[in-house]
Ligand binder design. Structure first.
Ligand SMILES: NC(=O)c1ccc[n+]([C@@H]2O[C@H](COP(=O)([O-])OP(=O)(O)OC[C@H]3O[C@@H](n4cnc5c(N)ncnc54)[C@H](O)[C@@H]3O)[C@@H](O)[C@H]2O)c1
Length: 426
């Protein structure tokens, strides 16, 4: 029996039992109280965290399949998740897959919803395959690392909608009570017209996973993915995307232009193939429509002043967005904030069960592109315009014919003003 027919068969049994189902172009999906079967692709820290969050979000969720590039990671995740919730983690060794094709095997399982939590370089391909397979999606941010990937993801927005598939992104601030309340008030005009803003992710250093003896280039880079741009996109994309997403949400649009500067001052020194090639600080001035200027700083250096925040200034005052403060008034007085990592899954599942699937793909793709533009202007040292970059940037950083045995050359550390890295359209 083909996969689709098998799923039809399973669900028609449920129909006979009185459960509600909805037909979509991609298949048949659970509604009402029917169990929601979930597959996890990318079983690292966030993937296993997201699997626990979705179990917490809804009593009627089961984790039915897992996939990871590495056998040890998928086995570890399966054991850890089963220990926490043996009844609802129904995946077995037979449905815990490893290898670079593990995602395809999870997509062939009876999971109706998949969590995509690999390094971001794979995301455009995994999103495409998951939508083609008719799965609802929780996708971690960012959703691409280059403009080629962004174009692919933007092309999937309508396809997911046509197939009635939900796509919720791991930009969890969009599901956080305090942010929702604060940004609603900003949209209602609490500080008048917004004239400028700033977004910061100034924090400490990030993990580095050493190369173990016998590792191929591909194994080493996949494991130590943060330090290689085809997988990570640099920390402005991987991490600062959260703050840039908040600014795009507040302003209701994306920047039209960016000028950046940055560098690599405190990371490991050595050949790029071993130490990676990402920067450790970026400062970008983004220009939005109507001359709104947004200052964006991000830094991953130990021992410096930390500040992770977004703030905006308007014609009638100012707002610390992540502090939930407008004109010195704290907006959550007497109220509790929620747990956004769980809430995003509550909202996702509710939307599927109600037959009104959320689709956050365009928002997260636009915020990812904002961060990519910031990286490109910084590496190239040129002022770059959104429209021109979207039309003309050609770089495709994803390796051809990738296997875990691949030898993967690494581009040198960018030299600002000299390196036209990643096809920056100057
Ligand atoms: N929303 C948030 O606050 C938040 C927090 C942390 C991480 N993240 C995001 O989650 C994603 C994963 O980050 P992490 O911290 O879990 O990293 P991690 O290194 O802990 O886990 C990544 C996992 O993906 C696996 N993997 C790599 N390539 C794969 C492939 N092609 N197919 C299947 N598995 C593959 C790795 O083996 C590893 O187990 C990243 O996109 C990151 O930006 C989001």
């Amino acid at each position: 029996m083909s996969e689709l027919n098998r799923r039809d068969f399973v669900v028609s049994g449920a129909v006979a039992a009185g459960a509600l189902v909805s037909m979509t172009a991609g298949g048949v999906h659970a509604q009402g109280s029917q169990a929601m079967k979930v597959g996890l692709i990318g079983c690292g820290g966030r993937g296993t965290g997201a699997a626990q969050n979705i179990l917490e979000a809804d009593p009627n969720v089961q984790i039915v399949a897992l996939g990871d590039a590495f056998e040890g990671n998928v086995k570890g995740a399966l054991a850890g998740l089963k220990r926490k919730d043996p009844k609802r983690v129904t995946a077995t060794e037979e449905t815990a897959f490893h290898g670079l094709d593990a995602f395809e095997k999870v997509l062939k399982s009876d999971a109706e919803l998949v969590i995509l939590a690999t390094p971001p370089g794979f995301r455009p391909y995994h999103l495409e395959a998951a939508i083609n397979a008719g799965k609802h999606i929780f996708t971690e941010k960012p959703v691409a690392v280059d403009v080629t990937g962004i174009r692919k993801v933007l092309g999937l927005v309508a396809k997911a909608k046509e197939k009635n598939l939900a796509v919720v992104a791991g930009t969890q601030r969009r599901h956080q009570t305090g942010y929702l309340e604060t940004i609603k008030q900003l949209h209602d005009g609490a500080i008048g017209e917004i004239t400028s803003a700033r977004a910061y992710w100034n924090g400490n250093g990030i993990w580095f996973r050493d190369r173990r003896p016998g590792m191929t280039d591909a194994e080493y880079q996949l494991n130590n993915w943060y330090h290689f741009n085809w997988l990570c996109g640099d920390h402005i994309v991987e991490q600062h995307v959260h703050n840039l997403d908040v600014i795009n949400w507040v302003l209701g649009t994306h920047p039209i232009k960016a000028t950046g500067m940055g560098g690599r001052s405190n990371r490991k020194v050595g050949p790029a193939a071993e130490v990676g090639h990402i920067f450790d600080h970026f400062a970008v001035e983004f220009e939005y429509p109507n001359g709104v200027i947004v200052q964006s700083y991000c830094r991953q250096i130990e021992g410096c002043a930390n500040n992770i925040s977004e703030s905006v200034v308007g014609t009638k005052g100012k707002c610390n967005v992540g502090g939930y403060v407008i004109n010195n008034k704290y907006l959550l007085e007497g109220k509790n904030d929620n747990a956004p990592y769980v809430q995003e899954h509550i909202d996702l599942i509710k939307s599927i069960r109600a037959g009104k699937p959320l689709n956050e793909l365009e928002n997260v793709a636009t915020s990812t592109m904002t961060a990519i533009l910031g990286r490109m202007t910084t590496y190239s040292g040129k002022t770059l315009e959104w429209d021109k970059v979207m039309k003309s940037a050609t770089e495709d950083t994803f390796p051809k014919n990738l296997t875990l045995q691949s030898a993967l050359p690494v581009s040198p550390i960018p030299v600002v003003g000299k390196t036209n890295f990643f096809g920056a359209a100057g």
